[in-house]
Design a protein around this ligand. Structure first.
Ligand SMILES: Nc1nc2c(ncn2[C@@H]2O[C@H](COP(=O)(O)OP(=O)(O)OP(=O)(O)O)[C@@H](O)[C@H]2O)c(=O)[nH]1
Ligand SMILES: [Mg+2]
Length: 322
């Protein structure tokens, strides 16, 4: 039998700033440890403080470089910073990915910076349940800011939005990104646009395209709305990063002033509960798989005795009883 961990001691140590305790807690989350419930209960009273900033954008646009530059800037302000790098395509997790490790190595020896990569491919429901719990660990451990980097593919940028108080969408010149942004629905999810690689030709064109696209979108809006600022950066040289920090700060003030921060966090909690409930239903459905109820129902559907909807209702009724 696996050794039982003293969860409350682990949480205490994480809160005292011990990186190994934070790492251990996140591993418990990733491995869906049987002690996960105990961990969640111990974390809950300490959560809700961290500012959560999501970064998304196409591969190679400079998310990790920007994240690293933001870490430096927040450290200079005396803030403790956590980083979650989500890789929806990789089966590897635990340590930072190689590329990220190189970019993040400036912070490797700083005890007030904690960086963690998470792979989501192997997880049922992807990022849906594991990432928010990892975020809770960092939040409870007292990081002032948590940066979440994720590649903007498929569902993942939508997930980062549901987690973050403020979402940065990164673009780079010359990738036809303005148009892509509109197509990918990225205009709606951005709270702040960052045009990175501004040392390259075409940055001003990208900014112009974005402004035009934003102006089109605004016509449909009613009520008080946030004006998405655009910031240019050369993340590789740390240039323009203070402008991004300032925009994040303004957005946070706006969120607070309009009751939107509470609203977003409510949505986040709702998504979390839903993900866990679905996961639990799926697990119970899996248990039924092992039994013969599903087989029995499938045979009746095959024979035309019941339709698949009736069969599904019967299956759900069994889950409720179990
Ligand atoms: N010229 C220029 N290159 C940059 C800038 N910022 C980042 N890069 C380079 O762009 C490449 C990709 O940067 P990353 O930070 O790894 O980009 P990413 O978005 O995290 O990439 P993925 O995580 O693989 O999606 C690296 O070679 C960086 O050195 C910049 O401001 N200017
Ligand atoms: Mg990256």
């Amino acid at each position: 039998m696996a050794r039982q961990l003293d969860v409350s001691d682990l949480v205490d140590r994480a809160r005292r700033g011990q990186p190994r305790a934070v790492a251990r807690l996140i591993s418990l989350v990733e491995d869906a440890s049987p002690q996960l419930r105990e961990v969640a209960a111990a974390l809950a009273p300490h959560t809700g403080r961290a500012e959560v900033v999501g970064l998304t954008g196409s591969p190679g646009v400079g998310k990790s470089t920007t994240t690293s530059a933001l870490v430096s800037a927040y450290r200079a302000l005396g803030k403790r910073v956590g980083v979650l790098a989500i890789d929806p395509s990789s089966p590897f997790s635990g340590g930072a990915l190689l590329g990220d490790r190189i970019r993040m190595q400036d912070h490797a020896t700083d005890p007030d910076v904690f960086i963690r990569s998470m792979a989501t491919r192997g997880h049922l429901g992807g990022m849906a349940w594991a990432t928010p719990q990892a975020l809770r660990v960092m939040d409870a451990a007292g990081f002032d800011v948590v940066l979440i980097e994720t590649v903007g593919v498929g569902q993942s940028e939508v997930d980062v939005v549901s987690l973050a108080d403020t979402t940065l969408v990164l673009l780079a010149p010359g990738m036809g990104d303005g148009i892509q942004a509109a197509k990918a629905g990225i205009l709606e999810i951005a709270d702040v646009f960052v045009v990175n690689k501004a040392d390259r030709d075409g940055a001003d064109t990208t900014v112009r395209e974005l402004k035009y696209m934003i102006s089109l979108g605004r016509r449909e809006l009613r009520g008080p709305s946030w004006r998405q600022p655009i910031r240019k950066t050369v993340a590789a040289r740390g240039e323009g990063v203070e402008g991004v920090i300032e925009a994040i700060g303004s957005h946070r003030e706006w969120l607070t002033a309009h009751g939107e921060l509470a609203e977003r966090r409510l949505v986040r909690a709702r998504t979390e509960v839903e993900a866990i409930a679905l996961e639990s239903l799926r697990a119970r459905l899996g248990d039924l798989h092992g039994g013969d109820s599903l087989d029995r129902l499938a045979k009746r559907v095959m024979a035309g005795d019941v339709d698949p909807y009736q069969a599904a209702d019967a299956l759900i009724a069994e889950i409720k009883q179990s």
